[in-house]
Design a binder for this molecule. Structure first.
Ligand code: IPM
Ligand code: MG
Length: 362
């Protein structure tokens, strides 16, 4: 199969981790007889430095012409980087929001899994972590507060800022359908998270999710308020299968869930539209403080590439081969510094990529 992939190395550790993911994808291509065609585009700070804007129209067109996009990370240190002295709509993050909207990537899948080999990294009490957990956070990505009308005004000498949380029923329905579809392939449970005791948008969310649930009689649906969900994630994470939620709640809860695994350097994500097209990126940020030191953990990006093989290309065996390589390397005791523990062998970013690529088997 010919796979056309647009790569966004981005900022900070982005270029290093994308290079390792490509190494692993090339090993997959070699073993399974595929051809990878990569085209790089600039986004975030890297694009600001060259073009003065975080995303150009040409870059968007290149991404649109590919079958999938593989991204590293964007952004810099918000207190010291000159990128953060620019207007908000010219900063690195604006590029990410723009590409999500341009490519209509409304469904963001963020798995949070406790790996058997890494239970020691989980910050929860042992009686909780011993149960393990494996959840998929399904975050709506192109609506809500992020994209509603915003303004900053002055009224009678008082500064005032407004963000609008807006959803229509179609936006809610399409993400709910994705959530239930994914639940059907997993443990058939959806927890829809909202703030229906306060917000009108949440009450609409709840009723549309209930309508969609009627089409999926095998899936158990429960509703949970977002503040309670934040508590339950640390109290009993094993209860969750698919968490379905709006943009802002999903942003916050997915960071919390990743912290609960204790190994954010391991967590992948996929952002999908209503075709097979998707943008795949690690759940972590650009970590400018460790950029260029060859110590970043490339596994989250490698696992994002596995999600790409599975969701955009329907190459399940190839995706399994990548995920198995990760498990094998962990079983053999290799660790990057972020997940290092006593008795293991510490390796750098490049060596981790080599080890993973060597373990791709048919
Ligand atoms: C994320 C990030 C982004 C978001 C930022 C960088 C705009 O936190 O992908 O979760 O809030 O969506
Ligand atoms: Mg976030």
């Amino acid at each position: 199969m010919d796979l056309r992939i647009t790569c966004i190395p981005g900022d900070g550790i982005g270029p290093e981790i994308v290079a390792e993911a490509k190494k692993v994808l090339d090993a997959v291509a070699g073993r399974f007889g595929h051809a990878m065609h990569y085209t790089d585009i600039l986004m975030g700070g890297a694009s600001i430095d060259v073009h003065g804007v975080p995303l150009t129209k040409e870059a968007v067109d290149t991404a649109k012409s590919a079958d999938a996009v593989l991204m590293g990370s964007i952004g810099g240190d918000t207190t010291t980087s000159p990128w953060y002295r620019l207007e908000p709509n010219l900063r690195p993050e604006a590029g990410l929001l723009a590409i999500r909207k341009e490519l209509n990537l409304f469904a963001n899948l963020r798995p949070a899994v406790l790996y058997d080999e890494l239970t020691g990294a989980c910050p929860l009490k042992e009686e909780i972590s011993a149960k393990g957990f494996d959840m998929m956070i399904m975050r709506e990505l192109t609506g809500g507060l992020y994209f509603g009308e915003k303004k900053t005004i002055e009224e009678d000498g008082v500064r005032k800022a407004v963000d609008t949380l807006v959803y229509d029923e179609n936006e809610i329905r399409r993400i709910a359908v994705k959530g239930f579809d994914i639940a059907m392939k997993r443990r058939k449970k959806v927890t829809s998270v909202d703030k229906a005791n306060v917000l009108a948008s949440s009450r609409l969310w709840r009723s549309v999710v209930e309508e969609v649930a009627e089409q999926y009689p095998e899936v158990k649906l429960e509703h949970m308020l977002v503040d309670n969900c934040a508590m339950q994630l640390v109290k009993d994470p094993a209860q969750f299968d698919v968490i379905l939620t709006e943009n802002m709640f999903g942003d916050i809860l997915s960071d919390e869930a990743s912290m609960v695994t204790g190994s954010i350097g391991m967590l992948a994500s996929a952002s999908l539209n209503d075709t097979k097209f998707g943008l795949y990126e690690p759940s972590h940020g650009s970590a400018p403080d460790i950029a260029g030191k060859d110590i970043a953990n490339p596994i989250a990006t490698v696992l994002s590439a596995a999600m790409m093989l599975r969701y955009s290309f329907d190459l399940d065996r190839e995706a399994d081969a990548v995920e198995n390589a990760v498990k094998e390397v962990l079983r053999e005791g290799y660790r990057t510094v972020d997940i290092m523990s006593e008795g293991c062998t510490q390796v750098g970013c490049r060596q981790m990529g080599d080890l993973l690529a060597e373990r791709i088997t048919l």
